[in-house]
Design a protein around this ligand. Structure first.
Ligand code: UT7
Length: 343
């Protein structure tokens, strides 16, 4: 059991084809490409067409990850998302059914931007315990359905997309092994990132009042993200027996390039080892780390056995980090956005 680990054997992604540039946003909002890019590193983001859901993107990314792993199915489907298809039921069972995995356990996991790392620890623990031999872990989001298009504080930051990985039982020495993970939360600061209405506390916002959109206290979140991600990433690297400066690739939650560079500086990591994918896709919350991993893999910059440090921070507040090695011969697969299922 001690040497048993979850090993990444497949990776897939799905980005909707429609792209919105910073210049396009600045036609309807009081903003500019210069402001958005210099403050965040974001140049453009992908958005779904009306009617396309998180579950649609998750299904496409999940199928791509299964293909990448050379598998037809997995023992468990886990979907990390803040933007499920509906409040009830969970989206994961429908995704599993559409992937031909009906019958296997499937559930949603809600940890906002830390959702993928929360899912990685959950999947790893279930695999290490021997309960499941393989897990399909998907991070998928459609933030375009919850951000206020008239709010320049949030509308310019987010994008839609899905990334997925297949994890299978292996050993710590196998390239692709998830070696250590560590999670945390602080619910006293839940108000910093929230969609205030639509849950049991405020079930039915006044239909004549303002809609309940995603809100974020960006400046407060920025400061906490830098200090918490630095601490969390350092802890997990040390648990893996690594010096942070020896990490080959640092893949943080893709909210803001300035945040990732600040964390890397504090860890003593050279800037060129920081994976920055947000320029092309914006902040895709639970999808951001698997999308960044797939992007880095498709550029061929990672080689088997490389030390990869993941870290995330987001609503809840939640955070988490993971130390893993890079798998050998991993073939990333990208999917096109599927049509919504016929009703
Ligand atoms: O995904 C979960 C985790 N999320 C994060 O980690 C995000 C953390 N926060 C951030 O990335 C940054 O705080 C932001 C990108 C959200 C904002 O960057 P900032 O450098 O912290 O800007 P700021 O909040 O200090 O705002 C500076 C100014 C303000 O104007 P005043 O008050 O100085 O007059 C804002 O009103 O920029 C203004 N502003 C904008 N201006 C042009 C805010 N949004 C925009 C905009 N275009 N889109």
């Amino acid at each position: 059991m001690d040497d048993a680990r979850a090993v990444m054997t497949g990776i897939g992604s799905c980005l909707p084809p429609d792209v919105v540039s910073n210049d396009e946003l600045s036609r309807s909002l009081d903003t500019s490409h210069e402001w958005i890019h210099s403050r965040t590193g974001i140049s453009r983001r992908h958005v779904v067409k009306p009617g396309v859901s998180t579950g649609d993107l998750a299904t496409a990314a999940g199928a791509a990850a299964l293909e990448s792993a050379g598998r037809r199915a997995c023992d468990l489907v886990l979907l990390a998302t803040t933007t499920p298809d509906q409040p009830c039921p969970a989206t994961a069972p429908q995704v599993a059914a559409r992937l031909g995995c009906a019958g296997v356990p499937a559930f949603d996991l809600s940890a906002v931007c830390s959702g993928f790392v929360y899912g990685l620890e959950t999947a790893s623990a279930l695999i290490r315990s021997g309960l499941y031999g393989s897990v399909l872990l998907i991070g998928a989001e459609t933030y375009s359905t919850i951000v206020d298009p008239t709010d320049r504080n949030t509308a310019v930051l987010f994008g839609d997309g899905a990334g997925a990985v297949v994890l299978e039982r292996g050993e710590a020495g196998t390239p692709g092994a998830v070696l250590h993970t560590r999670l945390g939360s602080d619910g006293t600061e839940a108000g910093l990132i929230a969609v205030p209405g639509g849950g049991s506390r405020a079930p039915r916002p006044d239909p004549h009042g303002p809609p309940s959109y995603f809100r974020m206290e960006g400046k407060e979140v920025y400061a906490r993200a830098v200090s918490t991600m630095t601490r969390s990433a350092r802890e997990v690297a040390e648990e893996a027996g690594w010096r942070p400066q020896d990490v080959d690739a640092f893949v943080g939650h893709q909210a803001n390039a300035r945040i990732l560079r600040a964390v890397a500086r504090r860890l003593g990591l050279p800037a060129e080892r920081v994976v920055c994918h947000m320029g092309e896709v914006g902040n895709t919350a639970a999808a951001s780390i698997p999308l960044a991993l797939g992007w880095a893999a498709s550029r061929g910059t990672l080689t088997a056995g490389d030390r990869v440090l993941l870290t995330a921070f987001g609503g809840g507040l939640t955070w988490g980090s993971a130390a893993m090695t890079w798998p050998g011969a991993l073939r990333p697969v990208t999917a096109v956005e599927p049509a919504p299922p016929a009703v």
